[in-house]
Design a protein around this ligand. Structure first.
Ligand SMILES: NC(=O)c1ccc[n+]([C@@H]2O[C@H](COP(=O)([O-])OP(=O)(O)OC[C@H]3O[C@@H](n4cnc5c(N)ncnc54)[C@H](OP(=O)(O)O)[C@@H]3O)[C@@H](O)[C@H]2O)c1
Length: 274
């Protein structure tokens, strides 16, 4: 089945299902990425802080899949924010990936305490204009921080990658991003694996003869979210990609809505994280 794409505000397209690589060991990442691309993944999410960009690039080349057919995202780490510092960090990422460009470059966290995200954004705009980052966006940004970027530069981030899963559904953040035409990517879409034993989701899995992971990922896709589940396991990679041949109905979606918990955040709070 052909993979779905989401069209971003800049007119570019991103594959809606990708592979996350956080906590993928550096020496295993190349094989992981090669395997995923062999199965049919066309979107890989990495970051400078994951220390596995070199493996992502090596896996891409080992796969034999043409560069232009694969969507690669990487991210600017917190301590590299600033004007020149952001450019230096970006160049390091490109060197590690051994690529001429990335498809998407994100500011990983806003780090309001340092207040360098506007300067960083100005550098990302230059990188985009130079063709080195085909699209640019942010991660873990609040609506007012996005507004500040837009007011200062006139450039709307193409995506905002935020924590989102059935236990932390981010309804307000999703609506605010949609209002600004910022596409939302869900990080930790499976709740870091912790939601896989949930009884409501297990009932839905039985009903559809699918796994819990597939029910959760289908929920993201039906909500127009871009998902990047991470797994190093080939069978799970296949499972996580195979979510297009069934549909959750209104009743299923209502059941998943009951799992939302304002306290359900599993990762750091973007307002304080440095
Ligand atoms: N922007 C940000 O600040 C930020 C923060 C966190 C994460 N991210 C990105 O989002 C990606 C995904 O988030 P995440 O890695 O935190 O969590 P996740 O994708 O929600 O969950 C990953 C966990 O679930 C397990 N898993 C995956 N598929 C499974 C399946 N079908 N059945 C059973 N277990 C399964 C994995 O184990 P195995 O590997 O052993 O299969 C792993 O332990 C990251 O890799 C990273 O690229 C971004």
């Amino acid at each position: 089945m052909p993979q779905p794409f989401i069209t971003l505000i800049d007119g570019s397209k991103i594959p809606q299902i990708g592979l996350g690589t956080y906590q993928a060991a550096a020496d295993r990442t190349a094989k992981m990425v090669e395997t995923a691309l062999g199965i049919g993944y066309r979107h890989i999410d990495t970051a400078m802080i994951y220390r596995n960009e070199a493996g992502v690039g090596d896996g891409l080349r080992a796969s034999g899949v043409p560069r232009e057919d694969v969507y690669i995202t990487t991210k600017l780490w917190n301590t590299d924010q600033g004007g020149e510092a952001a450019r230096t960090a970006f160049n390091t990422s490109l060197d590690l990936l051994k690529l001429d460009y990335v498809d998407l470059y994100l500011i990983h966290w806003p780090v309001p305490a340092r207040d360098l995200y506007v300067e960083s954004w100005e550098t990302l705009i230059q990188l985009r204009d130079e063709g080195l980052a085909r699209a640019i966006g942010v991660s873990n940004f609040m609506p007012d921080q996005i507004d500040r970027l837009i007011e200062t530069t006139g450039v709307v981030p193409a995506v905002n990658q935020i924590e989102c899963h059935p236990a932390f559904q981010q309804l307000s953040a999703r609506a605010e991003n949609a209002r600004r035409k910022v596409a939302v990517q869900s990080w930790s879409p499976l709740g870091q694996g912790e939601l896989l034993g949930n009884t409501v989701l297990r009932t839905l899995a039985e009903k559809h003869d699918r796994t819990v992971a597939q029910i959760i990922l289908r929920w993201h896709v039906q909500n127009d979210l871009i998902v990047i589940p991470k797994t190093v396991n080939e069978d799970r990679m296949r499972e996580n990609l195979d979510i297009l041949a069934f549909t959750l109905d209104t009743d299923d979606l209502a059941k998943i809505a009951t799992l939302d918990d304002p306290e359900g955040r599993m990762g750091p709070d973007p307002l304080t994280f440095e």
